[in-house]
Design a protein around this ligand. Structure first.
Ligand SMILES: [Zn+2]
Length: 284
């Protein structure tokens, strides 16, 4: 490359004035000068390849002749710009394939490839997007179902304005065995609410429980409401959550008005109501 620069420097300022360049020296200064004076009209004969390359080099301004050897492929490759100069002239019919057409063709190929790649990418993205949307829709439906299920299973507290007076499992001289429920103490006449949707499966007097209502939930769990002063539902009645089913009292074995709540999964032995309430979304 150092030689290239040296040669170009040597012919600097002469190319545009049609003065012979390095290439012309190889062919003979006089001959080249004549050609350069008017290469198109005075030399109608087929120019020698050296002369043509010299002309091309003059127009293109770049050809390596430092080693005295003409690199034909290199110089022809560099002649794309020079070819333009001869188009349309009667002296030099440039018959080779138009480099511009080749370049345009290559550009068109690249453009087509890029467009195809973009189309492929878009199709891939669309496919992934559709798949993702389907997954999201499925997930949303699943979440909604779960939310519905949870909402359906949420409980509410059985009364208002209460305080807890006895917990599950406590022992007292009042009971022959440990306490089997959770006591919500409030004045007599305070409403008792259904803690969840269900159906009434028992109402009436039950010994130490006093007046009692049993509600069976859809999963089979029985909720016992005891010591009532009033019962306001009947067996077989469907009740919705928060519906008033009776009033707090002090019937049965009690020391004061409250509603005794028992939770009996599957109608079996009682479990601690407190964590059952918490599990169903409400803390007594
Ligand atoms: Zn109790």
């Amino acid at each position: 490359m150092g030689n290239h620069r040296a040669d170009r420097r040597g012919s600097e300022g002469t190319a545009s004035e049609s003065t012979p360049v390095a290439g012309a020296r190889a062919a003979g200064r006089r001959k080249a000068t004549r050609r350069q004076a008017n290469p198109f009209r005075k030399i109608p004969a087929v120019p020698t390849i050296v002369g043509a390359v010299a002309i091309i080099a003059a127009a293109g301004g770049a050809v390596g002749m430092g080693g005295g050897q003409l690199d034909g492929s290199q110089s022809l490759q560099l002649s794309a710009g020079a070819a333009d100069a001869f188009n349309g002239t009667d002296a030099f019919n440039f018959t080779g394939e138009d480099p511009r057409a080749q370049a345009i063709s290559r550009d068109a190929d690249r453009l087509q490839q890029a467009q195809q790649a973009a189309a492929d990418l878009k199709a891939s993205v669309n496919q992934q997007s559709e798949q993702r949307n389907a997954e999201l829709a499925s997930l949303a439906k699943s979440a909604q179902n779960r939310a519905d299920e949870i909402a359906k299973n949420l409980w509410v507290l059985p009364t208002v304005g209460y305080h807890l007076t006895a917990r599950f499992g406590q022992s007292s001289g009042l009971w022959s065995h440990n306490h089997t429920g959770l006591d919500f103490a409030a004045p007599t006449g305070t409403p008792i609410f259904a803690i969840a949707n269900g159906v009434i499966t028992f109402t009436g007097w039950d010994g130490s429980y006093g007046y009692k209502t049993v509600e069976t939930l859809p999963d089979g769990t029985e909720i016992w409401y005891a010591h009532q002063s009033a019962i306001e539902v009947s067996v077989g009645q469907k009740v919705i959550q928060s519906a008033e089913i009776g009033k707090i009292g002090s019937t049965g074995n009690v020391t004061g008005p409250h509603v005794h709540i028992e939770v009996r999964p599957g109608g079996g032995d009682p479990v601690d109501p407190y964590p059952a309430f918490v599990y169903h979304g409400v803390t007594p």
